[in-house]
Ligand binder design. Structure first.
Ligand SMILES: C[S@@+](CC[C@H](N)C(=O)[O-])C[C@H]1O[C@@H](n2cnc3c(N)ncnc32)[C@H](O)[C@@H]1O
Length: 241
């Protein structure tokens, strides 16, 4: 039932978690698997739109899991009642900006420090930056490839103390870079090739426009910085899997 991306998300959820909220559940494949595999004992599967929730209800019914999975229609963490505090919140398949908005608007629901399992479709940088601002750090991260796309999955927990990360660590994930894999190698090589193509295109232009030169310098700097990240992750002494 789960594709690689959703399997990666599932693997971030500790066995024995009592109460999970899956925001933007869509088909509810994740909650169904969490109950079937006894990873969680109770899940609220929510969505802001009616049609995905109808799908979710149908799938939950088909598996006879209505007692363990409750669906709710609504925006982000607002679906939780006053005294409801999940142990773990999943927000996946939404933009980084969308996830930040959900966390900002439902900030009071983070009072008891739920574990957050997050997967932004883009802009993981802004998401990590916001998590640090609210005292969350990156406990575990994984980069998954699925049908030629790459997805960063972040498990975040509240931790005391100031954490300092570089811009590229916030973009690519400090834990992902610390534990290099074949997928990361492929991904960074593609990112480097993409930047190189932009630099070559700018080089071909005969414009002496300051704006174009400035753009090229920014891309050249980004290329060198990312190349250093790549070398650090894949220096010969380090093994990766
Ligand atoms: C691309 S689907 C992802 C489904 C599933 N979470 C996954 O990762 O496969 C995004 C879902 O999030 C829902 N959604 C978007 N913004 C939301 C919000 N603020 N609150 C609740 N659901 C939201 C959409 O209606 C949609 O069903």
């Amino acid at each position: 039932m789960l594709n690689n991306r959703l399997r990666g998300i599932k693997n971030m959820i500790p066995h024995g978690t009592k109460f999970v909220l899956d925001v933007g559940t869509d088909h509810s494949y994740l909650p169904i698997t969490l109950i079937q595999e006894e990873i969680a004992s109770y899940v609220i599967a929510s969505d802001i739109s009616v049609f995905p929730l109808e799908d979710a209800n149908e799938n939950i019914r088909k598996h006879g899991l209505e007692e363990c999975i409750e669906t709710r229609l609504g925006d982000g963490l607002q679906v939780l009642n006053e005294n409801e505090y999940p142990d773990l919140v999943v927000i996946a398949g939404v933009s980084g900006e969308g996830i930040v908005k959900i966390l900002q608007e439902g900030y009071n629901k983070l009072e008891f420090d739920p574990i957050l399992v997050l997967q932004a479709m883009e802009d993981s940088y802004s998401l990590r930056k916001y998590l640090l601002e609210i005292g969350y750090n990156f406990d575990k991260e994984v980069l998954i490839s699925d049908k030629k796309r790459y997805y960063q999955i972040i498990r975040s927990i509240r931790e005391k103390g100031y954490k300092n990360y570089s811009k590229l660590e916030l973009e690519y994930g400090p834990q992902i870079l610390k534990n290099p894999t074949k997928t990361l190698k492929e991904f960074l090589e593609k990112e480097l090739a993409k930047i190189n193509r932009v630099i070559n295109n700018v080089n071909r232009s005969s414009s002496k426009d300051d704006e174009i030169i400035d753009k090229k310098n920014k891309f050249v700097k980004r290329y060198h910085d990312l190349q250093e990240v790549y070398r650090n992750a894949f220096s010969h002494e380090k093994r990766y899997h």
